[in-house]
Design a protein around this ligand. Structure first.
Ligand code: PAF
Length: 289
C-alpha cells in the first residue's frame, strides 16, 4: 500500500489535548490505532504504523522515553532522542497525531501507582532487568487509558513485553485489541532495533548469528530433539560467535512463557535469547512451529 504523507501531523504534549483530538475523531465515527514508542524511529516502527493503519482510520504514535522501565545501570540518559527527525518520519508515513509528553505529564508529583503482571514478567528479561516490565506495564496502561484506542500495535521482537501487555489488558478489562507484529529484520537476519546503532563493525558482523542460532534451535526442537539438548548446542554456538555473557537462551510456551518442560502437550513454543556483544545487549526470538 502506498504511504501518503500527512503535512497536518499534530504534535501534542498533554493528555488533555490528546483526549480532545481523540474525542473529535470518535464523534466523527472514526477508529483509532495506537503505536507506542520511545522514539529514535526506524523501519520497524514504521511497520507498526503501517499495521495500525490497516486496522484504524486514525493512527496515533507516542514518543516517551519511559524512565521507570530502565534500571539504574541502564542507558536511560544516553538513549537516543531525535524528536525533530522522528516528527519528519511520522509525517512522511501519514501518522495523524504524535503524543510526546514530558516526564511531568506522565509522572506528575505524587505519582505512586504501579501496574505489575508478576507471573509473565518472571524469567527471561524479567530476571535480568528487575522492575523493567512493571515500568513497561505502567506506562502502557497509562497510554492505553489516555488514548483509548481500538487497537495498539507492538513488535514481537520484545516478545515478553508483548505478552505482558496482552496479560494486563485482559486482567484490567482494557477494551483494546493488542496486535503483535512479526519482527522486522535486516537483510542478514538481524532484528531491527534502536540499540543496533551501538554496535561497532565487528560486533555488527557477528550480530545476525543470533537469529541463525535461534533458527537452528527451533529446527532441532521441531525435529523432535529435547529442548534442553537443542538449547545447550545453541549456547555453545552463541559463545563461539562471540556473545558474552549470554543472559538466556530458552524454549518457552508462546502464550504464557512457561519453560518447555512444563509445556502442555501441543502448546506452541518460542525460542528466545538475550546476549551481549561488547557493550550492546541484543534480544531476539522466533516461533518453533
Ligand atoms: O517497546 C518500547 O518501545 C517501549 O517498551 C514501550 C512499549 C513504548 C513502552 O515504553
Amino acid at each position: 500500500m502506498a504511504v501518503s504523507s500527512n503535512p497536518d501531523l499534530a504534535v501534542v504534549r498533554t493528555v488533555r489535548e490528546l483526549r480532545e483530538t481523540v474525542a473529535g475523531w470518535r464523534h466523527a465515527g472514526e477508529t483509532i490505532g495506537l503505536v507506542p514508542t520511545m522514539g529514535a524511529l526506524h523501519m520497524a516502527h514504521m511497520a507498526l504504523v503501517a499495521e495500525a493503519r490497516k486496522h484504524a482510520d486514525r493512527v496515533i504514535a507516542t514518543i516517551f522515553v519511559n524512565p521507570t522501565q530502565f534500571g539504574p545501570d541502564e542507558d536511560f540518559s544516553s538513549y537516543p532522542r531525535r524528536e525533530a527527525r522522528d516528527i519528519e518520519t511520522l509525517r512522511a508515513h501519514g501518522v495523524d497525531l504524535l503524543f510526546a509528553p514530558g516526564g511531568d505529564e506522565m509522572y506528575p508529583a505524587g505519582f505512586e501507582t504501579t501496574v505489575n503482571a508478576p507471573g509473565i514478567s518472571q524469567g527471561l528479561c524479567g530476571d535480568r532487568r528487575p522492575g523493567h516490565f512493571a515500568g513497561v506495564a505502567t506506562i502502557v496502561t497509562k497510554l492505553l487509558l489516555q488514548a483509548l484506542p481500538d487497537c495498539a500495535v507492538f513488535g514481537e521482537k520484545d516478545y515478553q513485553q508483548l505478552q505482558v501487555i496482552r496479560r494486563l489488558t485482559l486482567d484490567l478489562d482494557i477494551p483494546v485489541q493488542i496486535i503483535g507484529l512479526p519482527t522486522v529484520r535486516e537483510a542478514d537476519g538481524l532484528a531491527v532495533s534502536s540499540r543496533n546503532a551501538y554496535l561497532g563493525p565487528a560486533d555488527r558482523a557477528a550480530a545476525p548469528k543470533m537469529h541463525a542460532i535461534l533458527n537452528d534451535v527451533a529446527k532441532q526442537v521441531r525435529a523432535g530433539e529435547a529442548a534442553a539438548t537443542a538449547v545447550a548446542a545453541g549456547h555453545e554456538a552463541l559463545a563461539a560467535a562471540g556473545f558474552s555473557p549470554i543472559d538466556y537462551l530458552e524454549v518457552r510456551t508462546a502464550e504464557t512463557l512457561l519453560p518447555a518442560d512444563q509445556a502442555p502437550a501441543g502448546a506452541p513454543l518460542r525460542v528466545l535469547a538475550a546476549a551481549w556483544l561488547g557493550e550492546t545487549r541484543l534480544i531476539d526470538n522466533i516461533p518453533v512451529a
